[in-house]
Design a protein around this ligand. Structure first.
Ligand code: ZN
Ligand code: ZN
Length: 398
């Protein structure tokens, strides 16, 4: 097994933390990652072994190429750049300086780690039998930057053979990398249901169709979809996230709106969920004398790790980090547009443990107090380098 024989130096480790903290102080929302993209592009251009840097790909995306000294396949390594519309809690010295925007998912660390990967590879091109395409994508938290980047031609010239990515993961301790063979993150859908009742006086319910009562009945009835329609051995989620109806205590609501999300892993369940929502909503409304209109939108497909690539990644990372440092990770019902890259070329998405090993006390992703154990950054870079070097080790396994 090829190991990263020039391990991360203390200087690079310090730079990873400094980059991450700078991105953390200046979070940007999806497709507005102008500052982040500029810093990334400037840093990549300053690395002598990086042969091309493209900015403005699908808006704010950045793509860089490192050409190995020897011919071989092309590996794409992807990071996402966007923050979330969350007001950060806490008073860290590197806290967000932007009101209502925060890196609460770890994408600040993803950018830093991808820069670290780029720096190391750009200094070790003699080790590479092939090419590495570094992709920094916008808007993972929505509406999605991976798909437009692929549409902009990121998978071509040179053609990408394998895709790799990583996500800092507070469900695992720092020092550990989690891998999940097959589906690892869920197919993500969004829906909204408009219920049309008949408004009226709150004292004369018999002369109206109460949208609050109808919406409540629909919410209750939808609870049977996962429990009674989905095979208990499959995984699915149906969540009603919002219910809005009515304006005044003594007025019967004329309309009601529900919005929600569905998560699943297989095409069959992905078809079943909207079909059941439509049937239940339509008939429940009809039973109450109301009508409804369902809008159902597919957001991201399921993120699927290629089994062969995942086993290769496991062996390569274990050789680098040590036995016991790679663990089988449970799939997440969260969504990820890394799925588009993995659908375009087989590969693997790594969960890089980022919670405090003692206590696991750091807040979960998307929490206003989210933070990471920064030791995870160097671990992520080493894990990713191990995977890249394994894929580009050449015919003789040099
Ligand atoms: Zn997120
Ligand atoms: Zn994320």
């Amino acid at each position: 097994m090829v190991s990263v024989t020039s391990p991360i130096t203390p200087e690079l480790e310090a730079r990873l933390v400094a980059w991450r903290r700078d991105f953390h102080r200046h979070p940007e929302l999806g497709f507005a990652e102008h500052r982040s993209a500029k810093i990334i592009a400037d840093l990549l251009r300053a690395m002598p072994g990086v042969s091309s840097v493209q900015e403005g790909v699908a808006g704010t995306g950045v793509v860089a190429l490192i050409e190995g000294a020897h011919p071989g396949p092309c590996v794409l390594v992807r990071a996402d750049m966007d923050g979330l519309p969350i007001q950060e809690l806490g008073d860290r010295p590197y806290g967000s300086t932007v009101p209502q925007v925060m890196h609460a998912c770890g994408h600040d660390g993803h950018m830093a780690m991808n820069l670290g990967v780029a720096e190391w590879l750009s200094q070790h091109r003699e080790r590479l039998h092939g090419q590495v395409k570094l992709v920094f994508q916008p808007a993972e938290e929505g509406p999605g930057g991976a798909k437009p980047m692929i549409e902009a031609g990121v998978m071509a010239s040179p053609k990408v053979d394998h895709c790799l990515g990583m996500h800092l993961w507070n469900s695992l301790p720092a020092g550990v990398v989690g891998l999940c063979e097959g589906p690892c993150m869920a197919n993500t859908d969004e829906w909204s249901l408009h219920i049309q009742g008949e408004g009226g006086h709150g004292a004369m319910p018999h002369k109206s169709v109460d949208s609050v009562v109808v919406a409540s009945a629909v919410v209750q009835a939808l609870q049977s979809v996962v429990s009674r329609n989905v095979d208990p051995l499959e995984r699915a989620v149906l969540t009603v996230g919002t219910l809005h109806a009515g304006d005044r205590h003594n007025v019967i609501a004329h309309t009601a709106q529900l919005t929600g999300t569905c998560r699943s892993f297989t095409p069959a369940i992905g078809e079943l969920l909207p079909a059941r929502i439509a049937t239940i909503a339509e008939h429940t409304c009809k039973a109450h004398g109301a009508t409804c209109h369902l809008e159902y939108k597919r957001v991201y497909p399921a993120t699927i790790n290629d089994p062969v690539q995942t086993r290769r990644a496991w062996a390569a990372i274990e050789a680098e980090l040590g036995v016991g440092q790679v663990v089988a990770a449970a799939p997440s019902m969260g969504g990820e547009d890394m799925s588009y890259f993995l659908n375009a070329a087989p590969g693997c998405f790594l969960f890089v443990g980022s919670n405090e090993p003692q206590g696991m006390a750091l807040a979960p992703h998307h929490h206003p107090a989210f933070d990471i154990d920064e030791r995870a950054l160097a671990v992520g870079v080493r894990a990713m380098l191990a995977c890249v070097l394994d894929l580009l080790k050449g015919p003789e396994g040099a």
